[in-house]
Design a protein around this ligand. Structure first.
Ligand code: ADP
Length: 180
């Protein structure tokens, strides 16, 4: 990687606990260590700030994606590598993001649901299964897997570093960063 880059949003989609944030952070570290400009837009963080008024109804999820897409589009336009990790369960909403942002790569982060329930990083699956959280994607709300993602990362098969490397390779192969 050299100092050259072109703006793009890498959109990590997948169920809670699949590994979106962990991989995005690892990619961010690698890019910034190489002197490149990158920014993370993390769904969980954004819901405590820009979108702290929103819940998980379909309408609110759509508004969430609209706001994040707006910010991602600005960063992308200014040649930042934007790493957006959001469950974003509906194809139509990811399509919206793609159209708004333009330079957009879809990365599907996935692992078997049983493993996600076993990991239960945030303790949310236990609550969702107990019926304490409604509209929980994968348990009581739908998830529509990408039909033609730019990259699939199976986090039960490969560790974080290997997954991050695939993202870096994708960015290089599509000409968004130059290898140096
Ligand atoms: P998400 O952002 O998709 O909700 P997180 O990144 O918060 O998921 O949590 C994923 C969990 O899975 C973390 O505890 C992480 O350490 C673990 N994990 C195990 N293997 C991987 C992998 N290959 N990639 C990403 N995370 C992994």
């Amino acid at each position: 990687m050299g100092g050259k880059q072109r703006g793009v949003t890498v959109w990590f989609t997948g169920l809670s606990g699949a590994g979106k944030t962990t991989i995005a952070k690892c990619v961010h570290t690698r890019l910034t260590n190489a002197g490149l400009k990158a920014e993370c837009l993390d769904g969980d963080v954004i819901r405590t700030k820009l979108c702290n008024d929103l819940g998980f109804s379909k309408q609110d999820r759509h508004t969430n994606i609209e706001r994040v897409s707006y910010v991602a589009q600005l960063l992308t336009k200014h040649d930042v590598i934007c790493l957006a990790s959001l469950i974003s369960p509906y194809r139509s909403m990811r399509q919206y993001a793609k159209e708004e942002i333009g330079d957009w790569l879809e990365v599907y982060v996935t692992a078997p649901l049983e493993l996600l329930i076993a990991r239960d990083v945030k303790g949310l699956y236990r609550k969702a299964i107990a019926g304490e959280i409604l509209h929980f994607t994968g348990i009581s709300d739908p998830y529509e897997p990408p039909l033609a993602p730019d990259l699939v990362l199976e986090t039960d098969q490969q560790d974080v570093q290997a997954c991050a490397q695939h993202v870096i390779d994708l960015l290089a192969n599509r000409g968004y960063i130059t290898r140096g």
